[in-house]
Design a binder for this molecule. Structure first.
Ligand SMILES: [Ca+2]
Length: 74
């Protein structure tokens, strides 16, 4: 339970995009998450953000990495 609606929304977006249910997003799932946030990045931008967001370079975006990416956006 949290009182932070933005955090709740982000977690909902993350969970819905996480089709594999493994608490991490691959590039396709990551793209879906961005689309549901209304972020219209090109394929190249999405790929670039994905690689930047993947801080531990495991090829997937964890929720912590997802949060870090979105907290850092302008
Ligand atoms: Ca990662």
């Amino acid at each position: 339970m949290t009182t932070d609606p933005v955090k709740d929304d982000l977690h909902t977006v993350f969970s819905r995009a996480d089709l594999g249910g493994d608490d991490r997003l691959d590039l396709m799932e990551f793209t879906m998450a961005l689309e549901s946030l209304g972020l219209s990045w090109t394929r190249a931008e999405t790929q670039d953000r994905f690689e930047r967001a993947d801080l531990n370079r495991d090829g997937f975006i964890s929720y912590a990495e997802f949060r870090t990416l979105l907290d850092a956006r302008d």
